[in-house]
Design a protein around this ligand. Structure first.
Ligand code: F6R
Ligand code: MG
Ligand code: MG
Length: 364
């Protein structure tokens, strides 16, 4: 059975500030999506949140980039924005960059990760959702899952993974894409994906079969809007088990609270803390950035689950380390590398300060 899994998200208003989603928003989204399931458009769905982002996890048989599915997500965000406006939530409608839907939510503000595949006899799926960071945050975890034998021993000792995986990388500034084969081309691959603000892993494929293994959202809101409209707060879908990394190999990269772009005012580097959904409440300096992982088994498209994967106690040390790194980074205040380089900050006063000081700069 061919199934499409669509994970579409948007920040349409935060409670309190940018720290969390309001229960009324989640309830309204559930109502909208349940109706679409009843009408037969969806096979199944799960509505959740990560921090201030509303997450719609949907299964259907309409394929990727389907207008009806994207319109359902868009209309749900618009309806939920009305609730957010009534409650005067912070940043109501923040991620909806256009007034009217025009066939596809890509480029309109919401984040999208989608994949279509033939459901396996046992189809294990991990959905990853992050808040207060940008899409480049998945580069290192995806590299570790699909190319690093110190993380994924299956690459070495499982014959169905031994041929490796192919990485589709997008240059979000030049709007170009390229595919690298791992392990053969990992040195070339790393030259690019180590630059997480520009090059992003969009998808990963199992080389032997060509099967889709992972898909991420690469929307960069600031590039779309050409002004500050919030970090992208990206999502990612990973297929697991069999010829794909095992659940433990998918989650293992997050034992390192890697430094990512985002955090306060989208203008800082900070550690990515793996947490349960209920702990995705970034409140310390609007952070530190969070990642949640919901796992499902698919049964003819039905989402059996979720299991909240980072609720596990074995991620306590990563959380502890993230808090320590957060303290360490915070002590740098407005200095790099805590604060992002000038061109990457989402907020800046540089043009106005420069203008004010015009004439006071003297050639050396
Ligand atoms: C970062 C984020 C927050 C806000 C900050 C200021 O992605 O969402 O850190 O940037 O709270 O928010 P505004 O400008 O909406 O008052
Ligand atoms: Mg927000
Ligand atoms: Mg957010």
């Amino acid at each position: 059975m061919r199934i499409t899994l669509s994970l579409i998200k948007a920040d349409i208003g935060g409670y309190v500030g940018h720290s969390e989603s309001h229960p009324d928003i989640l309830a309204k989204a559930n109502e909208c999506i349940a109706k679409a399931k009843k009408e037969g458009l969806l096979v199944d769905y799960h509505v959740t949140k990560c921090g201030d982002d509303l997450q719609l996890i949907m299964t259907h048989q309409q394929g990727e980039n389907n207008e009806k599915i994207h319109k359902l997500a868009w209309d749900t965000f618009v309806t939920c924005t009305e609730v957010a406006k009534k409650l005067k939530l912070h940043g109501a409608g923040q991620d909806l960059l256009s007034d009217a839907f025009s066939g596809n939510v890509r480029g309109m503000g919401p984040g999208v990760a989608e994949m279509e595949f033939e459901e396996r006899p046992a189809e294990t799926i991990i959905t990853l959702m992050a808040d207060k960071t940008s899409a480049g945050a998945w580069n290192m975890p995806l590299y570790k899952m699909f190319a690093d034998p110190f993380n994924t021993i299956g690459l070495v000792i499982a014959s169905n993974m031994h041929t490796g995986f192919a990485f589709e990388v997008h240059d979000v500034k030049e709007h170009k894409k390229i595919t690298f084969n791992a392990p053969d081309e990992i040195y070339d691959l790393l030259v690019f994906i180590g630059a997480t603000s520009r090059y992003m892993v969009k998808a990963v494929y199992h080389r032997q079969s060509g099967e889709i293994a992972a898909a991420s959202s690469t929307q960069r809101l600031s590039l779309i809007a050409e002004r500050y409209v919030g970090k992208d707060d990206p999502v990612c879908i990973v297929r697991s088990q069999g010829q794909f990394p095992a659940v433990g190999e998918v989650l293992e990269p997050f034992t390192l609270p890697l430094l990512v772009e985002g955090w306060m005012r989208g203008s800082h580097h900070g550690p990515l803390m793996p947490v349960a959904v209920e702990d995705s409440t970034p409140t310390r300096f609007d952070g530190p950035p969070r990642v949640v992982a919901l796992g499902f088994q698919l049964s003819a498209g039905r989402l059996v689950g979720p299991r909240d994967m980072f609720a596990d106690k074995s991620f306590d040390p990563a959380r502890h380390q993230a808090n320590e790194v957060a303290d360490f980074m915070r002590r740098h205040g407005p200095f790099e590398p805590h604060r992002l380089p000038l061109e990457e900050m989402e907020y800046t006063t540089m043009p106005e300060v420069m203008k004010k000081l015009e004439g006071r700069f003297i050639n050396l």
